[in-house]
Design a protein. Structure first.
Length: 229
């Protein structure tokens, strides 16, 4: 119950930041005020604030409260039709745990036929990104190809089981990318290429780290917006 309540408060605070009700650089209402507005206890508010700090949306100063340091794009809320933004973040964290291990195994196994499929999936993804398409399905296909290359059917079935949630996160990131400068798109392309290079080079540790870095960057890209100068 606590988890669900903290998700609700997290989404409420984030939504207020997105629409500008809690302004950039401004101090947030106190824990007590947020507790009263949301109708929950202060420990639940505290948990939501902790997660917003981890997502680099707010900072807290001892004795001075919490301040907004990043205002995500307005599209964050409109692009999240399946579940909450909090759930999208939880999915990214789960993917980091699962897919980094799958990438390491893919690099370790070095199955030529599966690596060929992975290379083809990467080419399709890069072509779609270069053409300015959303490329959500190509992105998912690339990550599924890595699960397949791990030669462990549990990774494959896990990816199938969370495919709908993955699509939501990918589409959100991709649609936001299309509204951002080209540098963001270049980072996305580079991260996918780095994952493939590490796997094809047979370097499990690097494959694991590049996948972890990519998914953590993707998680934080949801919150890209205006930062403090």
């Amino acid at each position: 119950m606590t988890g669900k309540l903290s998700d609700r408060v997290y989404d409420y605070i984030l939504g207020q930041i997105v629409i500008g009700a809690f302004a950039l650089n401004a101090r947030l209402p106190t824990e007590e005020q947020l507790s009263q507005r949301a109708g929950v206890s202060r420990p639940i508010v505290r948990e939501a604030l902790k997660r917003l700090r981890e997502d680099q949306v707010i900072i807290s100063k001892q004795g001075a409260g919490s301040y907004v340091v990043r205002r995500p794009a307005q599209q964050v809320l409109s692009f999240a039709p399946v579940g909450s933004v909090a759930d999208i973040q939880r999915c990214f964290i789960f993917r980091i745990a699962v897919e980094s291990e799958a990438a390491a195994l893919a690099a370790q196994n070095q199955n030529p036929a599966l690596l060929k499929k992975l290379k083809s999936a990467l080419a399709d993804l890069l072509d779609a990104l270069s053409a300015g398409r959303e490329a959500a399905e190509e992105d998912l296909a690339f990550h599924n190809a890595i699960a397949l290359a791990s030669d462990n059917h549990f990774f494959v079935s896990t990816m199938v089981g969370i495919s709908d949630q993955i699509r939501v996160g990918v589409k959100l990131n991709r649609l936001l990318t299309l509204t951002q400068p080209k540098e963001r798109l270049a980072r996305v392309e580079h991260e996918h290429q780095a994952i493939f290079d590490a796997i094809s080079a047979g370097n499990p540790e690097k494959a694991k780290q590049t996948m972890r870095d990519h998914l953590e960057n993707a998680r934080l890209r949801v919150f890209e917006g205006r930062n403090i100068d």
